[in-house]
Design a binder for this molecule. Structure first.
Ligand SMILES: Nc1nc2c(ncn2[C@@H]2O[C@H](COP(=O)(O)OP(=O)(O)OP(=O)(O)O)[C@@H](O)[C@H]2O)c(=O)[nH]1
Ligand SMILES: [Mg+2]
Length: 461
């Protein structure tokens, strides 16, 4: 049986570190631990949660690594099953070697999110809490962590449950009217029910908005830096990051491939993509770079379009910006330090005024850092204004989809009530609204929904 076998995985990230944790969960967890782990003192496992120092050894008795081990007896464990943990030296090779011993002793390599999936199946946590756990793992900034901590503490679960109670009470009220037609709700009664539904819809609207913002904080916002060659796009990325991440040179066409890096801007993880300079070219390599740049611009939530001083925004820039249609764009003129470096040139040209209808322009110097705070503010402002958010795989967040179906069913129920067409139909719609919420909280659970939720986890959680 798939769900009652014993699974194992490395729970700590790959790479060099102090310790690595190998987690084992299932009915054979304790036996498997005893077969690979030799405690320095006898009597192991003595009692649950006791830490024991010893060594991991392979089937032929050869030494693998020093380790500390402990076990938790189900149901008092993360997954609700018997769980064992081996803490060995951090580092990819040691952890892999220990896992290999655990697997050869009878465990199966766990799939992504399988420990948490078992915790949910065994009633150790709600689906909302499981997803909050994933969000906490992915939180990269303090703002994101603060938002997720509320979810982990159960605030989202409580809100969803309150909503469910509200809809259930309404449904009961309308159904009572069906059962006892003499007491059918009068006009005033219907108006009260409709206004109660409206209140629930408003609550859902605010939940959808908060969830969208929350997703942005957790998953990060993609921002592409585009513009003609040599404008200082890579220099700007480096200045934002505070490190020399992208190659910079005075040769136009320096950046070929897209360079991606995340920066914390105003508490939001912003995922920047520095791209190749765009423009007409016959060189197939440069052409490929330009195509990648355009693709990155399309895939991003916000575009930073870079031009430079003193040319400012040219006709070519205007045409490129117009191709971005409804995408939020921050238009930047870089290299303003040249104004001071060659005042004669400024005088000759007069006061340079850049303009493009509908856009305000941020003047910066990647070289001196001037204007960078204003640029970060402009990016954060555009990012915060994004209401619709698409997660990594292009699908909308599961929560937003469930809230959306619930809200749609509620407004249909309200429309039916207001038109006084059929109280039965209003009940059908309210049941649909409850079903959508049930999908969110995990009461209505299919394997498909579980796959969607848990496959986004990492292996070992
Ligand atoms: N004076 C001045 N020069 C700058 C500034 N920013 C970048 N530069 C210079 O402009 C040149 C091009 O900079 P890059 O950052 O490589 O420009 P890019 O837009 O990434 O160029 P491509 O990758 O070729 O499209 C380099 O010589 C930089 O030193 C700035 O603020 N002031
Ligand atoms: Mg570049």
């Amino acid at each position: 049986m798939e769900r009652t076998d014993t699974i194992a995985a490395i729970s700590t990230p790959q790479g060099t570190g102090g310790i690595a944790i190998i987690k084992i969960s299932g009915p054979d967890a304790c036996r498997i631990l005893s077969s690979c782990f030799r405690p320095a003192k006898r009597n192991f496992p003595s009692s649950p949660r006791d830490l024991s120092f010893g060594k991991v050894q392979s089937g032929d008795g050869s030494f693998v690594d020093e380790a500390v081990a402990l076990y938790f007896e189900g149901p008092k464990s993360y997954t609700g099953e018997d769980v064992a943990e081996i803490q060995c030296h951090g580092g990819t090779a040691a952890a892999r070697a220990v896992l290999a011993e655990v697997i050869s002793a009878g465990a199966r390599q766990a799939r992504a999110g399988e420990f948490t999936r078992r915790a949910f199946i065994n009633g150790k946590m709600s689906l909302i809490k499981a997803e909050a756990t994933l969000a906490m793992i992915k939180a990269r900034t303090e703002k994101a962590r603060q938002m997720v901590s509320g979810m982990l503490e159960g605030s989202s679960q409580k809100r969803a449950l309150d909503l469910k109670v509200g809809i259930t009470e309404l449904l009961a009220g309308i159904e009572a009217g069906l059962d006892w037609p003499d007491e059918t709700a009068d006009d005033q009664g219907v108006a009260v029910q409709a206004s109660q539904i409206l209140k629930l819809e408003e609550e859902l609207d605010s939940m959808i908005e908060e969830e969208s913002k929350g997703r942005l904080l957790i998953d990060g916002i993609k921002v592409a830096i585009i513009g003609r060659p040599n404008m200082g796009k890579s220099s700007l990325l480096n200045r934002i990051l505070g490190m020399e991440r992208a190659l910079v040179s005075d040769i136009p066409g320096t950046t070929r491939d897209t360079v991606e890096e995340t920066a914390n801007i105003d508490g939001m993880p912003i995922r920047f993509a520095d791209t190749a300079g765009i423009g007409e070219t016959e060189d197939p390599l440069v052409k490929a770079g330009v195509q990648r740049a355009k693709k990155a611009a399309l895939a991003s939530a916000v575009v930073v379009y870079v031009a430079d001083y003193p040319a400012g925004i040219t006709k070519e820039d205007e045409s490129e910006i117009s191709k971005l249609s409804d995408k939020p764009v921050v238009v930047v003129v870089n290299k303003t330090d040249l104004k001071k470096a060659s005042p004669a040139r400024v005088q000759k040209q007069g006061e340079v005024v850049y303009g493009i209808p509908g856009y305000s322009i941020v003047e910066v110097s990647a070289r001196t850092g001037e204007g960078m705070e204003a640029l970060k503010r402009a990016i954060a402002e555009k990012a915060l204004a994004i209401s619709e958010f698409e997660v990594e795989d292009g699908s909308s967040s599961r929560w937003i989809a469930c809230f959306g179906s619930c809200r749609a069913a509620l407004s249909r129920a309200r429309a039916v009530l207001e038109a006084k067409s059929s109280a039965e139909l209003a009940c059908v719609e309210l049941r649909d609204a409850l079903y959508a919420l049930g999908e969110l909280t995990g009461d209505v659970m299919t394997e498909d929904v579980m796959d969607v939720v848990f496959e986004r986890f990492c292996v070992g959680k």
